[in-house]
Each structure stands twice: as structure tokens, then as C-alpha cells.
Design a protein around this ligand. Structure first.
Ligand SMILES: *[C@@H]1O[C@H](CO)[C@@H](O)[C@H](O)[C@H]1NC(C)=O
Ligand SMILES: *[C@@H]1O[C@H](CO)[C@@H](O)[C@H](O)[C@H]1NC(C)=O
Length: 417
């Protein structure tokens, strides 16, 4: 247990004065938002008002013990005849270690350049090495090189889109993203989100640009805690990283409304009906909660997460969108909750499950989002575009570059072809 690092993290978060000065968010509850961190599926120890991100952080810290209470005795779904590599589960970490790792994960990019993997239990699939600034600004492996930017109509968000709009014949579904810790910093997951956008998706993340992935090898001279621009010169500061405070479900709803109101036309043939919500850890709960109130959401990506409050799991029965659960193996504090959610989903909705032995952080902070990036693109290409190769990546254990080839385990799905 790295007590000194935990202390440093708490000190750093307290010192992050921008947290206390974040612009006032609209009062909650608002439509589709019960005011709890993570929304109706969230942690239930609620920010009664989201306008004070300091109290949000306080609730966040006080809620940590409940955050990590796993759904006891849950088991992963039976894989659809696919081999599962042996991975003996390690004993559960101590509550203190879990709290330490959780705080780190939650603060995400606020603590740029901290070796996060030394704090959070990781597995053999956790990426080695640190991505460079060039990796961070990589335009993705897809046919439509992408980037991120801001738009005047969405001041609490970061937009990811192809640099040049894809041909109009390509319908572009929209991916709405919630960050780990329900923070409002739109760039810690930039490598993953840019990768998805490069396949012809519009992506809108909670939070303005500013935070760096905690793994990023930030060049000297970029300013403490800052995220440099592509040229390596200082661009975003620590204050930018924290400017959004904590996110609310309203943020995801605002992003959807912005697209529905026709504001995204210049980025291509952007759909106003096909949305996916997704998020890591606390963001996964935001993804559930947004979809719960919004029929435009057709797919929910729950990454390293699952319903935390057992009494809220029954709400899953009311979901209509497909659900994809991506736990990070037994070392992931979201693993047991993911397993319990897969078992508790309505029996008639599309459901997908794949687990990678990475730990709670997945591979989001690697170039192009690593294996989580590829598995997500393959799911989207299959789900939204009926792509046969992408389907094979999920369903054929022998598919080159498929999930099994990439060491995902217990891969399964139902109600979708
Ligand atoms: C945009 O996508 C929709 C839905 O697939 C399609 O009906 C429409 O023709 C496309 N627009 C153009 C200009 O191709
Ligand atoms: C897959 O499931 C088995 C139990 O059936 C479990 O022991 C193993 O850890 C799981 N693998 C991952 C990566 O979650």
C-alpha cells in the first residue's frame, strides 16, 4: 500500500484550486438526472447540487468505500464456446489499496505524469511503456484521420471527428463518452476516442480539453500538470484539466441534444437517431443512466464498471438499448459488478461481454486506446454497420486480429447477429 502516494494524491486534489472555481453547472435534478453522481444508476450518495465541484469531490471521496464494494459471488458469463486462458484470481486488495487506486483512477488526467500503474492493480494485458506526445495526437488507424476540438455550443465538452468529413453515404453514429471518476476533462481518453472517430464516428466526451492521460510521456518544459499541443509547446494547463468540475447526466443529454438539433452537420452525415453512450468506471454508470432516459441511445458501453449499489441493479431490467460490458479481468474493481450486470440484463436486449486481464484502467491510456480501442471499433462496426469482418472479430475465435487473438477472455454475446 503506497500510503505516501495516496497522501500526495489527496494533497494534489486539494491543491487543484480550479476544482473549487469550476463554473457553476446547471442545478440538478434536471430532466433525466436524479442528481446523483453517475445518475440514476450511480452511487446514490448524491451531489444535491452539481454546482459545487468541491462538494462533488467530497462526495466522491466519501463514497469510495461503497464504490468498491463488489457484487459478491458473481461469476463471469459462460463464454460462447470460446477458450478462456487460465488466469488465477488474486486475493482481493485491501480496502485502503482499493481506495488509493480508485482516487487515482477518478482524478485521471488531473495528475498528469504520475505512474498510475504503480497504484492500481494491473494484469498482464495492461500496456507497457508510456505513449509519446506523437502517439497522443495520432489521428487513429481508421480510414478517416481524426482530431479533437471544441465547439461554441458545447462549452463543457470535447468533440472528436474526422478531420475531413467522410463521404455523405457513410452514416455516422454518435458516441457520447463519460470519464472515469465522472470527471469533466475531455482529453485523458483522447487516444481511444480519436481511434473510434477515425472510423467515421462523431464522438463527444464530457469535459473541455485539458487533462492528459496519466501515462503520457510529457516533454520537459510543457508546464507542470499541463497538456502540450501537438508541437510540444504548452497549451492546456492544470486549470484547464479541472475546469469542468464533475460531470452530470445533463452533460451527456446536452451533447445528444446538440446533435439532434442539427449542429453536427458539418462533420459528415451524422445520425440524429443512432447514439452510443459509453464510459469508464463511474462514466459507465453515466452511460447507463443517460440511455435509461433516452431512446436515441441504441448501445451502452460499460467499461471496467457495473452497477455498484445492489439495490439499483433491478433498474437494468428497464433498459432497451444493447449493452456491452468490458471488464478488465479479476483485478479490475469493476469486474464483479460487470459480471453481475451481464446476468441481470433483460433477456431480450442485445448484450455483449468481453474481459481483458488489464485491471481497472483497461488499455485506454495506450496509443489508439490499445485493445480496448480495437474491440470497441469492432463492436461498433458490427452493431451499427453490420460489418462482417467486425462480427467475426467478436464471434470467430480464429479471426485474425479478433478478440480471442488479442487475449480477450470469456467473450460472449446474445440477441444480436
Ligand atoms: C445519410 O445517411 C442516411 C441514413 O443512412 C441516408 O438515408 C442518406 O441518404 C445519407 N445522406 C446522403 C447525402 O447520402
Ligand atoms: C474468465 O472466466 C474465468 C472463470 O470462468 C475466470 O477465472 C477468468 O479470470 C476470466 N477471465 C477474465 C480475463 O476475466
Amino acid at each position: 500500500m503506497k500510503q505516501h502516494l495516496l497522501t500526495a494524491i489527496l494533497a494534489a486534489s486539494a491543491a487543484a484550486t480550479p476544482l473549487a472555481q469550476a463554473p457553476a453547472a446547471p442545478a440538478v435534478p434536471v430532466s433525466g438526472d436524479n442528481g446523483d453522481m453517475g445518475g440514476i444508476f450511480g452511487m446514490g450518495f448524491g451531489t444535491s447540487s452539481a454546482s459545487s465541484s468541491t462538494s462533488g469531490l467530497g462526495s466522491l471521496l466519501s463514497g469510495i468505500s461503497s464504490f468498491f464494494g463488489p457484487a459478491k459471488g458473481s461469476t463471469p458469463p459462460k463464454a460462447s464456446g470460446l477458450p478462456a486462458a487460465a488466469a488465477p484470481p488474486k486475493p482481493a486488495s485491501t480496502p485502503a489499496a482499493a481506495a488509493s487506486s480508485g482516487i487515482t483512477a477518478m482524478l485521471g488526467g488531473l495528475l498528469n505524469n504520475l505512474d498510475i500503474s504503480s497504484l492500481v492493480p494491473t494484469g498482464p494485458e495492461y500496456p507497457k511503456g508510456k505513449p509519446s506526445l506523437q502517439d497522443f495526437y495520432d489521428p487513429g488507424s481508421g480510414p478517416y484521420p481524426a482530431h479533437f476540438f471544441t465547439v461554441p455550443g458545447l462549452t463543457r465538452h470535447t468533440v472528436y471527428a474526422p478531420i475531413k468529413p467522410p463521404p455523405p453515404s457513410l452514416k455516422m453514429p454518435v458516441f457520447i463518452w463519460g470519464n472515469g471518476g465522472c470527471t469533466s476533462s475531455g482529453t485523458p481518453y483522447a487516444m481511444f476516442l480519436t481511434e473510434v472517430a477515425s472510423y467515421g464516428y462523431l464522438v463527444i466526451a464530457n469535459g473541455p480539453p485539458g487533462g492528459a492521460p496519466p501515462t503520457l510521456d510529457i516533454p520537459r518544459g510543457a508546464g507542470a500538470g499541463g497538456l502540450p499541443g501537438p508541437d510540444g509547446k504548452p497549451k492546456y494547463t492544470m486549470a484547464d484539466a479541472a475546469a469542468g468540475g464533475m460531470s452530470t447526466i445533463k452533460d451527456m443529454n446536452d451533447a445528444i441534444a446538440w446533435v439532434v438539433n442539427g449542429n453536427a452537420k458539418e462533420y459528415g452525415n451524422v445520425s440524429t437517431t443512432d447514439f452510443a453512450t459509453g464510459g469508464s468506471s463511474c462514466g459507465g454508470l453515466e452511460a447507463y443512466s443517460t440511455a435509461y432516459h433516452n431512446d436515441r441511445v441504441k448501445l451502452i458501453g460499460v467499461y471496467n464498471s457495473g452497477v455498484i449499489m445492489p439495490n439499483k441493479r433491478a433498474l437494468l431490467q428497464e433498459l432497451k438499448a444493447g449493452v456491452a460490458l468490458f471488464p478488465g479481468g479479476p483485478k479490475d474493481m469493476g469486474y464483479e459488478n460487470s459480471n453481475a450486470d451481464y446476468a441481470a440484463l433483460p433477456k431480450n436486449i442485445p448484450a455483449f461481454y468481453a474481459s481483458l486481464d488489464s485491471g481497472h484502467l483497461g488499455t485506454f491510456f495506450a496509443k489508439r486506446g490499445g485493445k480496448y480501442g480495437r474491440a470497441t471499433v469492432q463492436l461498433f462496426e458490427w452493431y451499427f454497420r453490420g460489418d462482417a469482418k467486425a462480427r467475426a472479430a467478436w464471434t470467430d475465435p480464429a479471426a485474425p486480429g479478433g478478440l480471442i487473438a488479442e487475449h480477450w477472455q470469456n467473450v460472449t454475446h446474445r440477441n444480436f447477429n
